[in-house]
Design a protein around this ligand. Sequence first.
Ligand SMILES: *Cc1c(COP(=O)(O)O)cnc(C)c1O
Length: 333
Amino acid sequence: MIDLRSDTVSRPSAAMRQAMADAEVGDDVWGDDPTVAELERVTAELLGKDAAVFVPSGTQSNLCALMAHCQRGDEYIVGDNAHTYRYEAGGGAVLGSIQPQPVPILPDGRLDLDRVQAVIKPADHHFADSRLLCLENTHDGKVLPLDHQLEAAALAEANGLALHLDGARMWNAAVALGVAPREVAGPFDTVSVCLSKGLGAPVGSVLVGSAHLIERARKWRKMLGGGMRQSGVLAAAGLHAIEHNIERLADDHANAARLVDGLGRLDGVEVVGHATNMAFVRFPDGIGLARAVADDGLLIAEGRPVTRFVTHLDVSADDIETTIEIVAKHLAG
Ligand SMILES: *Cc1c(COP(=O)(O)O)cnc(C)c1O
């Protein structure tokens, strides 16, 4: 099967599984797991922060960050199509009693910072207390320009807001920009990164920030049920992913470019956009096509109406050629 539905579908390689099997472990809730401690140390250093906490998912990582920054009755400002606002089941509001204030995301993935400024609430008992600004990088594969991040940080600082990055795919941003991950992470008080997407680990995210914020996040992780025991077997996969699978993201970006190039040549196909490891394409019948190509061993998301393709480490350049052939066959038929 060629599976282009998401980069979350990748499976741990034999070498990664070996690293998991060999991991030294202990009870991490007691602070006894050396492999988890190593993953937290390595990730914090890579992202230029003082501390880190390993969590089961990106959703929990973002929620721990929201709750570390905000109290009940505070507010966070966030893109209206950002994962943290839209795809995390409203956890900030439900479990953190934190009010979201969405603002539109611009077509290139940035926030309109004038709009952000305009929604920051004055200190007045009518209003929630604006406390935190959240960015997402990459968003739909789009890389935030570093100067946009710096402008957002200046705005946050001028208004007494903390700044969080949902950096589920910030590794892709760093590779696309040709900078070290710590440069992308630099302006933020906290950054959440996923190990289980483009980096190919089976499970896990890491939240990084100051020692104080991460200590608070660690307590929320426990309350949210994310305290894990011999989780060094999972952390070993994360360490393997960080060591071996960051630079190769450039291959995924090249494959996504190859894919839109090939699909764009087919009759009736409209390429809507493409950035880093994602491509967005409109087919005459995206739902029918997804069902038809599955019989040929190609898994793609149903286009409603646009089909999102995501490349990852289990998809080769040859698989991209095969994908284009299978799609061409079904469009012609
Ligand atoms: C996948 C994703 C998350 C959440 O990660 P899970 O591990 O699936 O909970 C957060 N933000 C973005 C941008 C994502 O793509």
